[in-house]
Design a protein around this ligand. Structure first.
Ligand code: T4K
Length: 416
């Protein structure tokens, strides 16, 4: 199943054997964080054949309708509107809710959360994350409310859930609407209830890198009839009937090939989560013993999809920085990711719009400097994770000499 075949006999015994110093990489076929989960091929291809036989490829086809029904069930909502990706889903919601002026969003997220707002002419106002975990801090949100604020766009980052009660209270106090960017949170529950029904709407991503994918794809879920009706018009050029255009629309439709992939993947959703959970537990038991490394605990009672394995590297305890680990692991063929470094406020166009933002986003700055996402999903096996953790142990057993050699190597590059 997995492609990152480690060399079975090869074990590093000397720091000079690390690939960053010219040694042979541990994994000849690279490991990736976002390796897609591929569902049962026979079932998938049967759907493709059926779709081709029926010659119905897009525009609200039977698979898309079924996909919407299934996602609404998972999300616990009355409606689901499938779209071509989550970013356009967020953009449609900006228009459906009439958001204008400013909307409050965390800086610590994938840049699409902010781009969807600005693309629609709304200014993203960046809030910090909370003291615990990586989601938006309600206090930071309330401090940003101005007369120009029209909404809040919290993000369930890495599938951790936002503080629904506190955000709801702020929204009520200031008469704002809340939409959850739930790109990472399919299948999660809060107080044993699926999360789709919180706020005015939530948006899931089914991009290839998500644990459940439809190649590209997104879905907006809501309990509000008015929002669902508007979104259905908007995603199809505003058409309400063959010759009737009701309002301004765009093309944001999901294709049948995507819906077929989504449906086939949903059939295996429980297995994908079980694999992710087992990988998470393995990493946690093997890595938490190393100084300065922490994998955040997950709740026992509520459901999580475990799609991101997020490692916190405290350099003052570990003796090595997140960035040096990133460098070492990449050289070994392990493409760990620094999600979501450096934070939206530090990339353009936001860096120029908010030059002083780093001063008031202290927790975002810290998280952006310390987190490392590790490979998981069905593209990596348990023995490969063992090899990877063994590599971590080797690095930690030799931290001082690695640090010295890295400094030397970097100084050499700087001199050249
Ligand atoms: N909101 C949030 C909070 C999000 O995280 C995202 C997307 C969105 C909104 C918007 O959703 P969409 O509009 O995309 O539906 C990837 C994804 O492209 C993006 O969907 C995702 N978040 C983000 C967290 O990750 P990159 O720039 O990191 O992608 P890339 O190409 O570097 O791939 C990531 C890793 O996955 C690489 O190591 C390669 C591997 N990979 C990737 C693909 C596409 C594979 O092994 N196979 C593949 O097919 O953004």
């Amino acid at each position: 199943m997995s492609t990152g075949q480690p060399r079975q006999t090869y074990k590093k015994t000397d720091v000079r054997e690390l690939a960053v110093f010219g040694g042979i990489p541990l994994f000849t076929a690279p490991l990736h964080v976002g390796r897609p989960n591929i569902p049962n091929r026979k079932n998938l291809i049967a759907r493709f054949n059926d779709m081709l036989d029926r010659r119905w490829l897009t525009n609200n086809g039977a698979y898309t309708v079924d996909f919407e029904r299934q996602v609404a069930l998972i999300a616990g909502t009355k409606h689901c509107v499938a779209v071509s990706n989550a970013t356009i889903g967020l953009q449609l919601l900006v228009r459906a809710l009439g958001w204008k002026g400013e909307v409050i969003v965390p800086s610590f997220t994938f840049v699409a959360s902010a781009h969807a707002l600005l693309w629609e002419g709304v200014t993203p106002m960046f809030a910090d994350i909370g003291e615990q975990g990586y989601c938006i801090d309600p206090e930071s949100v309330e401090a940003l409310v101005t007369p120009r604020t029209t909404g809040i766009l919290p993000v369930h980052l890495f599938g951790e859930l936002c503080d629904f009660d506190a955000l709801d209270a702020i929204a009520r106090r200031h008469n704002l609407t809340v939409v959850y960017d739930a790109a990472h949170a399919l299948g999660c529950t809060h107080r044993q209830r699926p999360i789709g029904g919180y706020g005015s709407a939530a948006v899931f991503s089914f991009h290839a890198t998500k644990f459940l994918n439809s190649f590209e794809g997104g879905a907006i879920v809501t309990d509000r009839d008015d929002i669902a009706e508007q979104l259905r018009l908007m995603r199809n050029f505003g058409f309400s009937a063959e010759d009737t255009v009701e309002s301004l629309g765009i093309n944001a439709k999901m294709s049948e090939v995507s819906a077929a992939m989504g449906l086939t993947s949903i059939e295996e959703m429980d297995q994908f989560i079980a694999i992710n959970r087992a990988h998470y537990n393995q990493y946690r038991s093997e890595l938490n013993a190393l100084p300065g490394l922490t994998l955040a605990p997950r709740p026992e009672k509520d459901r999580r999809n475990f799609q991101y394995v997020v490692l916190d590297v405290d350099p003052s305890v570990a003796g090595i920085s997140r960035d040096d680990l990133h460098l070492l692991l990449n050289a070994e063929g392990v493409h760990v990711r620094r999600y979501f470094y450096p934070g939206c406020h530090r990339v353009e166009p936001y860096r120029s719009m908010f030059p002083n933002a780093p001063e008031r986003l202290a927790r975002t700055e810290t998280a952006a400097a310390r987190l490392l996402c590790l490979p998981t999903g069905s593209g990596i096996s348990s023995p490969e994770i063992s090899r990877l953790c063994e590599l971590f142990r080797f690095i930690f057993a030799n931290v001082e000499s690695i640090d010295a050699s890295l400094h030397q190597a970097k100084a050499g590059v700087a001199r050249r």
